[in-house]
Ligand binder design. Structure first.
Ligand SMILES: C[S@@+](CC[C@H](N)C(=O)[O-])C[C@H]1O[C@@H](n2cnc3c(N)ncnc32)[C@H](O)[C@@H]1O
Ligand SMILES: [Zn+2]
Length: 408
């Protein structure tokens, strides 16, 4: 890391990420104690922890460009220091233009500086306005983008409508949500307000967060007679991320709305089930396994949360790019390819063992045990301790207990 006090009026330094060098706020200068969240204290936003998010975004852009096999345009309406957008311009082949925008004048100054620092001036255009205004100005046919990466503070929900309108038919939309407290059921009212669905405070809430976000996107897109196809999603640290392709047409919108529905969850015995459709009238009130009252989450996206072919392409790009600490990304992508997320809600083995008062067996053994009994089972990218399976909760508990006995 190089220190520099290039005159932005606050302490800065130059860091390296991907193939670029970036001037960023010197975060340590803005916090009084290590427990303070440094990125939000600095005059311009920079979060080193989001490198993984940006790395995958670069891979996704490249995979998308190879699929469409022509020059593409991208927009980053919330640019911060510009690391993501400049990386798009510098690292992705076949990008002809990146429009980078931020409502903060200081951020736009740094974006310009970082663009020059990386010789990306020919491809990058700068904007300094509200993201919804920018995206709405790109809502006309010849002005739309191929890719839009919505990475705001908190919820992307207020920007989904304008982002969908600013995407070309077949375009790729990436959404980051960092408001995990609403999405994971700590603040259910806020989740209903923002995403139009009720969250559940379950052990698989990170998956539900992706489903609530994808559901919100599908519902908003449908109003414009646009369908969505979720090609990848993941959750890490304090956020959830969804990548979706959009397709114009009322039929496409109807098809994607058929993926909407509800999750019914029993907090007593871990049973969960999903119901497609938007009516809750015929829902059972009691758990079919233990008779306790069921809780209902949704409406949310019950369809696939990733596309195998797209994930395989991401993995190939990851291998080619030889990313720093790329193993974690490659592992996530391999897990996504093997995960059958049509069965909603993974089981967290630690949580099951807590309830059963048992020591914790290895995930690998439980997965093997379930497969031996003829069920589908795989680890999940959403939780290192999680198992996704089509087995009923009671059978999963049996297999966990059996594996613990074998271990003893
Ligand atoms: C989470 S940061 C973006 C980080 C960046 N995408 C990255 O990968 O490093 C959010 C940014 O959105 C900007 N912002 C907040 N509200 C905005 C709005 N209504 N329109 C445009 N930019 C906005 C903030 O100034 C901040 O720089
Ligand atoms: Zn039950």
């Amino acid at each position: 890391m190089t220190r520099t006090d290039f005159d932005f009026g606050f302490p800065t330094e130059v860091i390296e990420e991907g193939k670029g060098k970036f001037l960023v706020p010197r975060l340590k200068a803005f916090v009084k104690s290590p427990s303070e969240y440094a990125p939000s204290k600095a005059p311009v936003f920079y979060n080193p922890v989001m490198k993984l998010n940006r790395d995958i975004a670069v891979l996704a852009l490249q995979a998308y460009q190879r699929i469409v096999d022509r020059e593409i345009s991208a927009c980053e309406p919330f640019a911060g220091c510009g690391i993501r957008g400049v990386r798009f311009a510098v690292e992705v082949n076949g990008v002809k233009e990146v429009v980078m925008n931020d409502i903060s004048g200081k951020a736009v100054q740094i974006v310009k500086y970082n663009t020059q620092l990386n010789d990306a001036g020919e491809k990058v255009k700068f904007r300094h306005q509200d993201a919804n205004l920018l995206l709405s100005r790109h809502g006309a046919p010849r002005k739309r983008f191929d890719v839009i990466d919505v990475d705001p503070f908190g919820s992307p929900a207020p920007y989904i409508d304008s982002a969908v309108r600013a995407l070309r038919d077949g375009g790729l939309l990436a959404l980051t949500a960092t408001d995990m407290a609403p999405l994971c059921g700590v603040h259910p009212k806020a989740c209903i307000r923002k995403y139009g669905g009720k969250p559940l405070r379950t052990e698989y809430c990170h998956e539900l967060a992706a489903r609530l976000l994808a559901g919100c996107l599908a519902t908003i897109a449908a109003k414009h007679e646009i369908g969505v196809n979720v090609v990848f999603s993941h959750s890490a640290d304090h956020y959830v991320r969804v990548y979706a392709l959009v397709e114009y047409g009322a039929k496409k919108a109807d098809e994607s709305l058929r993926n909407m529905g509800y999750v019914l969850h029993c907090f007593r015995c871990f049973h969960r089930e999903s119901r497609n459709g938007l009516s809750t009238l015929a829902f059972p009130e009691e758990c079919c396994e233990c008779g306790s009252k069921l809780s209902v989450g949704g409406p949310l996206w019950l369809g696939e949360l990733s596309d195998k072919d797209f994930c395989q392409r991401l993995e190939e790009e990851a291998k080619q790019k030889k990313l720093e600490r790329g193993e974690r990304i490659e592992r996530t992508l391999r897990l996504a390819q093997n995960e059958n997320d049509t069965s909603v809600g993974y089981y967290v083995v630690d949580k099951l063992c807590d309830a059963l008062n048992l020591p914790v067996p290895s995930i690998k053994k439980v997965v093997e045990g379930l497969r031996e009994e003829g069920f589908q089972a795989s680890p999940t990218r959403f939780n290192p301790k999680g198992i996704r399976s089509n087995a009923p909760a009671a059978r999963i508990k049996e297999v966990v207990s059996k594996k613990v006995r074998v271990d003893l």
